[in-house]
Design a binder for this molecule. Structure first.
Ligand SMILES: NC(=O)c1ccc[n+]([C@@H]2O[C@H](COP(=O)([O-])OP(=O)(O)OC[C@H]3O[C@@H](n4cnc5c(N)ncnc54)[C@H](O)[C@@H]3O)[C@@H](O)[C@H]2O)c1
Ligand SMILES: [Zn+2]
Ligand SMILES: [Zn+2]
Length: 361
């Protein structure tokens, strides 16, 4: 029987989000219903609400979540009721051209639930990133459930479902940061700080945090930044070069998603260095660079979707490292809030007051 639960819906462009009763169908073949225990508020949820991703309103927001599988549909073997899981937005298909070439982290045909969750009047909801977990329960494809050590706190585990994985993966997977490298991270919110944690884990010798907010730079230091630059008062490219022997960093990670910060990243890296764009731009943004500089500076310019992660490989590994005390993912949870507080959490994110607000159930 379909169930009715409470969930946070974005009804239209820039309209305040509201808690609504939503209808969650029983899982069909290949699907699972998950009782959500925690779901972080990511900047991408705000992008959805602002119409920055697409116009498929109403959205069921929330996508950085952990919970317990309640029921599974026909043919599901990878998870069973009672399993503690992190929800992922990369349930790989195994059949697309990326998967067939052995690069499933780029899968172009990831799975989501086939059935739709709806409002009580039957209006179909678009779940954010195919998840929709600001809800007591949500319907996903079984492959979106990644089992991890159940002794970890759900509020911490959920963050690996998006922003923290995106940041750590931008450093260790996309940027391929290695021992002794110099790394600069522009934008030290949840994603940028996670990139700092990833760079440190990979053995970077120098980690330069850049932000426009001194509070963010303080937190970045506690996450592992060795140097900080406030780019409101200091020219970021010159400062990063000065901190790297005049040359620029080996890897620069852009975690804001704006042309001007991308340009800083482009010029703040050493010759033959790597730029990783993990911040998400909006449709009207344009980038202009001298082509000769693109050629002459060499190296690689990469985008990082979800930290190029493979959930089945990376989530359990990062939970284990956290449980062993080798990374501190708890530091990303600034506050825990209720389902009715998401709009307030967006405002606090906008003010720069939080790394992550996490809805707990
Ligand atoms: N690529 C992916 O897979 C992926 C996944 C999750 C989130 N994201 C994106 O990553 C970006 C960051 O997300 P977040 O949750 O950390 O957001 P956030 O709002 O918590 O952090 C953004 C940070 O950037 C700083 N900032 C803003 N303007 C700046 C500037 N001009 N120079 C330097 N710093 C500046 C802010 O002070 C803040 O600390 C967003 O665009 C988000 O959509 C990407
Ligand atoms: Zn695929
Ligand atoms: Zn996200």
């Amino acid at each position: 029987m379909a169930q009715q639960v409470q969930g946070v819906v974005a009804p239209g462009k820039n309209e305040p989000v509201r808690v609504e009763t939503i209808v969650v169908p029983d899982p069909g073949p290949g699907e699972a219903v998950v009782k959500v225990q925690a779901c972080g508020v990511c900047h991408t949820d705000l992008h959805y609400k602002q119409g920055g991703i697409n116009d498929e309103f109403p959205f069921l927001l929330g996508h950085e979540a952990a919970g317990v599988v309640e029921s599974v549909g026909a043919g599901v073997t990878e998870v069973a009721p009672g399993d503690f899981v992190i929800l992922n937005w990369r349930a790989v298909c195994g059949n697309c051209r990326a998967c067939l070439r052995g690069r499933p982290q780029y899968c172009f045909d990831t799975h989501n639930a086939k059935q739709k969750m709806t409002l009580t009047d039957g209006t179909e909801l678009s779940p954010a990133l195919g998840i929709g977990a600001f809800a007591e329960k949500t319907l996903v494809a079984a492959g979106q459930c990644t089992k991890v050590d159940p002794s970890v706190s759900p509020a911490v585990a959920g963050l690996l479902g998006c922003g923290v994985m995106a940041g750590i993966g931008a450093a260790i997977n996309t940027g391929q940061v290695g021992r002794g490298d110099s790394v600069a991270v522009i934008g030290c919110g949840g994603v940028g700080d996670a990139a700092i944690v990833g760079a440190r884990l990979a053995g970077a010798a120098r980690i330069i945090a850049v932000d426009v907010d001194d509070r963010k730079l303080e937190t970045a230091k506690s996450m592992g930044a060795t140097h900080t630059v406030n780019s409101r008062s200091t020219e970021a490219v010159a400062a990063i070069r000065e901190l790297t022997g005049g040359f620029g960093a080996d890897v620069v990670i852009e975690a804001v998603g704006r042309p001007e910060t991308y340009q800083q990243a482009f010029y703040a890296r050493d010759l033959a260095g790597t730029v990783v764009l993990v911040g998400v731009p909006t449709p009207e943004m344009k980038l202009e660079l001298p082509l000769l500089d693109v050629f002459g500076r060499g190296g690689s310019l990469k985008s990082s979707w979800y930290g190029d992660c493979l959930p089945s490989r990376d989530f359990p590994m990062l939970v284990d490292l956290h449980q062993q005390g080798r990374i501190d993912l708890g530091a990303f949870v600034t506050e825990t809030i209720g389902l009715g507080d998401v709009e307030k959490a967006f405002a606090r994110m906008h003010e720069g007051d939080v790394l992550r607000s996490v809805v707990v159930f």
